[in-house]
Design a protein around this ligand. Structure first.
Ligand SMILES: *Cc1c(COP(=O)(O)O)cnc(C)c1O
Length: 473
């Protein structure tokens, strides 16, 4: 019979060689292309190279896996990756995932993982305080990403507003509930409405203004009109750091509107929430303290490996109301203690120890370390804005966050922009994307990697200039 544990010698040898290889990859992210040249058949051939009938040599298996990942992955660890908030994993986070996988604490019941559960409780509390919630009202739950956190928020809001929703669901409602967010909001909001059973038409997409913030005059007009027509507005979602252009909605004003109309106020701060760790940029989030809930991704600006998000709420009863459930078979050892079993507060049941990645990151780098690295990334973005303008590119978005949407000063058609983007990707030296600003495509570069420095910016700008020249001939 095969030994699932392997022998001690085999384990050590595999640990050592794998760690050497990983260290080599981690230390030399620039030795590869940022993104692969896509060839579906080549990937398939590689994945199907070994059959599963019997196991293969362990070292061969590991080498195969690392080779596949090296050759067929967009490397967000590369400082030329200016992408969609996917960071280079910080080292503390990598160690945390290794430890988590080895110990495998089960996060469903508190009594199975008291240390892990209290680590997560502490992180929820620390971030709740940073966001300005009163200490005695902070609750929250870890999840696999912003989409799960936003879905959790929609579920909380609807259970908060409709007393017997947990029992009777949509059929018990006499009015159509409505969610409000801006046209720049993340599409996980619309999908959350679908998953919950509200349907995508329950989401009112409020137009963005010239600066790409939610137009609050139109928000109020829409709420008033919907009330007159017998609808039930129950949730408004502001975005703090939009995915496309990094815009922060007017959190203060939207909070006041939510309060006036007795609507659940959620802030999707999946990306921009990190500003709360910077002494100066924290004020960009002013008003977030008045929210009922916040989505905050740890696997974006805080650079922990996927998948890690927080849903934090200032309505301490709502998670239990939404997810609480009694079972016969779950462990009850801690029944006499004043604790919460995590599974009674979350969509997930069995769950991995997500919180260790951020706990260990904070033990390694501290809030001070995050303050510095966030400030640095904003500086680098400002350098990139400057270099772009010097080279006749125009900046099309307006944000303090390190997200830059830009275009050529003369050629602006969508095709041109897409072709420039394709040329950058095929160079292998950088990864950028396109995003429409007021209906017109732009090039989008975000400083997502904490290693990106001014030399990398020069490479990017050179590639852009070269691509523009090649487009013109
Ligand atoms: C990335 C993002 C999400 C989705 O988060 P995932 O971690 O990808 O699930 C939601 N909202 C905003 C604003 C985002 O930027």
């Amino acid at each position: 019979m095969i030994d699932f544990n392997l022998s001690a010698d085999e384990r050590l040898s595999l640990f050592q060689s794998t760690i050497r290889d990983l260290e080599n990859m981690y230390a030399n992210p620039e030795s590869r292309r940022v993104s692969p040249q896509l060839d579906h058949q080549e990937v398939l051939d590689f994945v199907y190279q070994h059959d599963f009938a019997r196991g293969i040599d362990y070292h061969v298996a590991i080498r195969h896996t690392l080779e596949g990942l090296q050759n067929h992955t967009v490397h967000t660890s590369h400082p030329g990756y200016y992408g969609l908030f996917n960071p280079r994993s910080n080292f503390a986070g990598i160690l945390a995932d290794l430890i988590t996988a080895s110990v495998n604490p089960q996060m469903a019941a508190w009594s199975h993982a008291p240390f892990a559960a209290e680590v997560e409780n502490r992180i929820v509390k620390e971030f709740g305080l940073k966001f300005g919630y009163p200490e005695d009202r902070i609750d929250g739950v870890f999840g696999a990403g912003g989409a799960e956190a936003n879905l959790t928020a929609v579920l909380c809001a609807i259970n908060h507003h409709f007393e017997d929703f947990a029992q009777n669901g949509m059929r018990g409602l006499s009015q159509q509930p409505l969610i409000y967010c801006s046209s720049e909001a993340h599409h996980s909001v619309a999908r959350a409405a679908r998953v919950v059973g509200l349907g995508a038409s329950a989401v009112r997409s409020i137009p963005a203004d010239q600066r790409l913030k939610m137009n609050t005059v139109k928000l109020v007009d829409q709420i008033e009109e919907d009330l007159r027509n017998g609808y039930y507005p129950f949730m408004v979602i502001a975005t703090a750091g939009t995915t496309g252009a990094g815009t922060i909605d007017d959190l203060e004003e939207i909070g006041q509107i939510a309060k006036k109309y007795h609507i659940w106020y959620h802030v999707d701060a999946a990306y921009g929430g990190a500003c709360v760790l910077h002494s100066e940029f924290a004020r960009l989030l002013q008003g977030i303290e008045n929210s009922d809930s916040i989505t905050f991704d740890l696997h974006k600006w805080l650079s922990v490996p996927m998948a890690a998000s927080l849903l934090i709420t200032s309505q301490p009863q709502v998670l239990h109301k939404t997810f609480g459930i009694e079972t016969e078979y779950m462990p009850k050892e801690a029944m006499q203690m004043r604790i919460v079993d995590p599974y009674t507060h979350s969509i997930q049941w069995s769950r991995r120890f997500i919180g260790l990645k951020i706990y260990l990151s904070l033990l390694f780098y501290g809030f001070q370390g995050y303050h510095e690295i966030i400030g640095n990334q904003v500086d680098i973005a400002n350098q990139l804005r400057y270099k772009l303008k010097q080279n006749d590119w125009v900046i099309l978005n307006d944000t303090a966050l390190p997200v830059i949407c830009f275009s050529d000063s003369t050629r602006k058609d969508d095709d041109f922009v897409r072709r420039i983007c394709a040329r950058i990707l095929s160079s292998g030296n950088a990864w950028i994307s396109v995003y429409p600003i007021h209906g017109q495509q732009s090039l989008r570069a975000c400083i997502t990697n904490y290693m990106t420095n001014s030399n990398h910016l020069d490479i990017l700008v050179d590639e852009l200039n070269q691509a523009r020249v090649n487009e013109s001939v």
